[in-house]
Ligand binder design. Structure first.
Ligand SMILES: [Fe+2]
Ligand SMILES: [Fe+2]
Length: 357
């Protein structure tokens, strides 16, 4: 349950949803509808109460106290996210008896780190470490996209850590298990990045690449569509076919992602990652974009990225299509003929079958 004093901040709802289902409530609903909503039992079991508030206004503190008295089940944790954690607001927050007081501007990956132990006690999952690894890596991807949308900047240093978490999880539980849990991530673009990165990690492990080189490719896979942070959400989330104009805008994600990492990255990403972000939609026959590269102009790493991207897109669920069975996806990619590298496609298929067995 998430209490806010206005509408819930979409970024925060998105981040919290990576751990548990979120039910937002406005403390000052002022309408009967919101009062009625507060009076109803929560649709899911309340695992934790999170409030994002500014407590400079004493009325906010009072409203939050009333809401907690009515809706916080006994024993459930309460986390207070302060918009402006100065001493006075912190004192008011402490008076509400929280388990934790955090700065509301905390980056998603850090917020998830702190909140995971709370979600863990509520989840009753069979594979907690794998779920947590997915949440942590998803939090890093969410953080990149949110800061790109908000400030036009990203800090890719967090991606190194996330890639290590993903690699360890796939080594422990296998690529298939990773792909199964990742399918549960709601936000489509993040889910796609986690799927493509999982396939890349499994593939480079099967190829026997040295860990450092493999992690560089996995990092690029997590980042490959970061330019989609700059694409209008109504185009990104459109369920049906895009118009030619919309397609043109959508295709700009590769150049925008490249520009974002060149000009707006605090972490200075490697040149190979830049190449993979820019060129992952190039085809060997020259029919791809943005530069219409062909043949030898397309290095192996890009060819591998393209294969993982297409295969990932085919096997993932989308609002408008169920996941395609892997055998059908590989058949379709073989049908694409000279656009893709046949030898690498064969190797991806063999390694997928090996890892899935
Ligand atoms: Fe892409
Ligand atoms: Fe992609």
């Amino acid at each position: 349950m998430l209490f806010t004093e206005g509408g819930a901040r979409p970024d925060l709802v998105e981040t919290l949803s990576l751990i548990l289902p979120v039910t937002p409530h406005n403390l000052f609903g002022c309408s009967e509808t919101d009062d009625a909503a507060l009076a109803r039992p929560a649709p899911v079991q309340v695992a934790a109460v999170v409030a994002e508030v500014g407590l400079a206004d004493i009325e906010v503190a009072r409203a939050l106290r009333r809401a907690l008295a009515r809706h916080r089940p006994p024993g459930s944790p309460f986390v207070c996210l302060l918009q402006d954690p100065d001493p006075e607001e912190t004192r008011r927050a402490q008076a509400l008896g929280p388990d934790m007081i955090l700065d509301a501007s905390l980056a998603p990956e850090h917020l998830i780190d702190v909140l995971l132990p709370i979600a863990r006690s509520a989840s009753g999952d069979e594979n907690v470490p794998l779920r947590e690894a997915v949440s942590r890596v998803a939090g890093t991807v969410a953080g990149l996209f949110q800061s790109a949308r908000r400030d036009g900047r990203v800090d890719t240093r967090s991606v190194k850590h996330a890639t290590g978490i993903m690699r360890d999880a796939i080594e422990a539980d296998g690529m298939e298990a990773w792909l199964r849990v990742v399918q549960l991530v709601d936000e489509g673009t993040y889910r796609h990045c986690l799927i493509v990165a999982g396939i890349m990690t499994g593939f480079t492990m099967a190829l026997g690449l040295e860990r450092q080189e493999a992690e560089l490719l996995s990092r690029a896979a997590l980042l490959h569509d970061v330019g989609k942070a700059c694409i209008p959400p109504e185009i990104l989330g459109k369920p049906d076919g895009l118009t030619p104009e919309e397609l043109q805008i959508m295709q700009r994600h590769v150049v925008l992602g490249h520009e974002l990492l060149v000009a707006g990255d605090t972490g200075e990403v490697e040149p190979l990652v830049l190449t993979l972000v820019r060129s992952h939609h190039e085809y060997l026959d020259g029919s791809g974009y943005p530069d219409g590269l062909s043949g030898d102009e397309i290095p192996d790493a890009v060819r591998i990225m393209t294969l993982c991207d297409i295969f990932g897109a085919l096997i993932e669920r989308r609002p408008y299509k169920p996941p395609m069975p892997p055998a059908e996806a590989f058949a379709l990619m073989e049908w694409m003929g000279g656009r893709l590298d046949r030898d690498l496609l064969r190797a991806l298929r063999a390694s997928y079958q090996m890892l899935a067995d």
